[in-house]
Design a protein around this ligand. Structure first.
Ligand code: PGA
Length: 251
């Protein structure tokens, strides 16, 4: 089945507004033939309106890196799904490992955010992945299994078909230690197996599963060649115009 292929840049807590503008402009201008691929920017929430404006006449989609799940209220410092949609975002990144491990986000919160995304017409890009000690204890599949079941709890099959999953082993994020294409592919197969158990083979086959964790221009080719790897969620290497363009145009 032809799944959507997606290359997303997670800019995390980087860049001044001017730097974000330069980055967006450089990537947008440098986009060649996208070969049907989708490109997504996840800038700082403060920069999102400006970047959406810049991306309007391009094929690039924009999302925020985090949101709260309530629609409004006394939640100082948070942004709601209503605001994210209203500002013009297409995507919402949910359950990134830094949200889970630095800010204590639980599977239950991830699930509430996924529900909020669907309630407001946002595409959730749901991140899962194991810690180094979990990999060493041979628990990677178990961890990813329960993160997926948690994230998709009470999500209908129709809704799930619109989701994007990113497998990001925590030990590979920002460390320069990329998963080998074989490790990544075997975990992506596992993600599909779990999705097939929750829903059906057809739905599991239709959901794009991106790989993330130290993706660089010189390692993306081997990863992207794998059947179950449908693109990449890129942190560090998405902050430089040429390196992100090289990643987007792989293969
Ligand atoms: P990295 O980050 O590419 O810098 O490892 C990936 C991510 O956290 O999404």
């Amino acid at each position: 089945m032809a799944r959507k292929q997606i290359f997303a840049g997670n800019w995390k807590m980087h860049n001044t507004l001017a730097e974000s503008r330069d980055l967006a402009e450089g990537v947008i201008q440098g986009l060649g033939d996208l070969k049907g691929r989708e490109v997504v920017f996840f800038p700082s929430t403060l920069h999102v309106p400006e970047i959406i404006n810049m991306a309007k006449k391009s094929p690039v989609k924009v999302g925020v890196q985090n949101m709260y799940y309530e629609e409004q209220g006394a939640f100082t410092g948070e942004n709601s799904p209503v605001m994210v949609k209203d500002i013009g975002c297409d995507y919402i990144l949910i359950g990134h490992s830094e949200r889970r491990h630095v800010f204590g986000e639980t599977d239950q919160m991830v699930n509430s955010k996924v529900k909020a995304a669907y309630a407001h017409g946002l595409v959730p890009m749901i991140c899962v992945g194991e810690l180094l000690e979990e990999r060493e204890a041979d628990k990677s599949e178990q961890v990813v299994d329960s993160q997926l079941r948690g994230a998709f709890k009470d999500i209908s099959e129709e809704q799930a078909k619109k989701a994007v999953v990113a497998y990001e082993p925590v030990w590979a994020i920002g460390t320069g230690k990329v998963a080998t294409p074989e490790i990544a592919e075997s975990m992506h197969q596992h993600v599909r197996k779990v999705l097939a158990e929750i829903y059906s083979e057809g739905t599991a086959d239709s959901i794009p599963v991106l790989y993330g964790g130290s993706v660089k221009p010189d390692n993306v080719e081997g990863l992207y060649a794998k059947e179950n790897i449908d693109g990449a969620l890129v942190g560090g290497a998405s902050l430089k115009v040429q390196s992100f363009l090289d990643i987007i145009s792989v293969g």
